[in-house]
Design a protein around this ligand. Structure first.
Ligand SMILES: O=C(O)CCC(=O)C(=O)O
Ligand SMILES: [Fe+2]
Length: 308
């Protein structure tokens, strides 16, 4: 467990049976999670709940989705909320295409999306996406518990369970004609946390360290998931955790890349964890409405929205 040498993103094993809340392994793992998030804003979690059948089923469904006609794809719209719907055919992001599925862990959420894309239904898509999203939601909740515990108590965790809402983005990135090219521009996520997974072996995600170095992430294994801090957890932690700047860089001649990002958001108000405010660490953010942050100018920094 822990870091794989200097200058690389930590890998943390969350697969072990003995990893039960309160055990000594749990306490050690919470510490590794906290250190990774404070140093890099992300880590690679090893988690083995995605069966080969699920991954294969999901791959097939996503390929079908990206093959739909453009006018069908454009029905995936969320008025007023940038990047929540379909992004594609965009000259500024020519290698990128993605869809947003709101509430992917609920039958209604997935059904709404499927009705837009396949008015006659798509049973396999519903089945695989819900199964996948629920599995990642469990991982998200486990990591959230570890984070909340290591920063002073489970009371925040109970609030998180009640108010977390999820958005699944499914992404396809194509290879460029030049040697290498940004396929998704550098940004931080506006989520509380994001969990990323790749459906094939094409690595392309890069994360910037505090000293400005870009690190490539290898999460091509079926058991690797990247847990990444978003702007909201950065504010909640009063800047102990930094939301890392990241981008997707594709190389010439590579296969199309398929990845999935499960973003968590809090319904309602996020308050800075009071245990993380003291003389050395004065309060850096006002309480803020998380979904309001999404409606705020997308390109803006969270400090413009609720920074002190
Ligand atoms: O595809 C990836 O690995 C990253 C995608 C991403 O950064 C995002 O959707 O916000
Ligand atoms: Fe991102």
């Amino acid at each position: 467990m822990g870091s794989e040498g200097e200058g690389s993103i930590p890998v943390i094993d969350l697969r072990k049976q003995e990893l039960k809340a309160g055990s000594s392994l749990w306490v050690d793992t919470c510490k590794s999670v906290r250190e990774a998030l404070e140093e890099y804003g992300c880590f690679v979690a090893l988690y083995d709940k995605a069966s080969p059948q699920l991954r294969n089923g999901l791959s097939g469904c996503l390929k079908d989705l990206f093959h739909l006609p453009n006018e069908t794809k454009l029905r995936n719209k969320y008025e007023g909320i940038p990047l929540k719907g379909y992004v594609g055919q965009n000259s500024r992001l020519p290698l990128h295409e993605s869809f947003g599925i709101d509430h992917p862990t609920t039958p209604q959420g997935i059904q709404t999306f499927v009705n837009q894309m396949w008015p006659h239904g798509n049973h396999a898509f519903c089945k695989y996406v819900v199964e996948y999203a629920k599995m990642v939601e469990e991982l998200d909740q486990m990591v959230a518990r570890m984070i909340f515990e290591s920063y002073g108590g489970v009371k925040y965790y109970e609030g998180y369970l009640k108010s977390a809402t999820y958005l699944l983005r499914v992404l396809q990135h194509k290879a460029p004609e030049e040697e290498e090219k940004d396929a998704f521009v550098s940004h931080t996520d506006k989520s509380f946390t994001t969990i990323l997974h790749q459906l094939n072996h094409v690595n392309a995600l890069e994360v910037q360290t505090k000293d400005g170095q870009w690190l490539k992430l290898d999460f091509s294994s079926p058991t690797s998931f990247v847990v990444m801090a978003g702007d909201a957890i950065m504010a909640w932690s009063n800047d102990r955790i930094q939301a890392p700047i990241h981008k997707v860089v594709m190389n010439r001649g590579s296969e199309k890349r398929y990845s999935l990002a499960l973003f968590s958001f809090m319904r309602g108000i996020v308050e800075v964890n009071e245990e993380l405010v003291d003389e050395q660490h004065p309060l850096k953010y006002k309480s803020f409405h998380h979904l309001g942050l999404l409606n705020f100018t997308y390109a803006a920094h969270i400090k413009d929205y609720c920074g002190l």
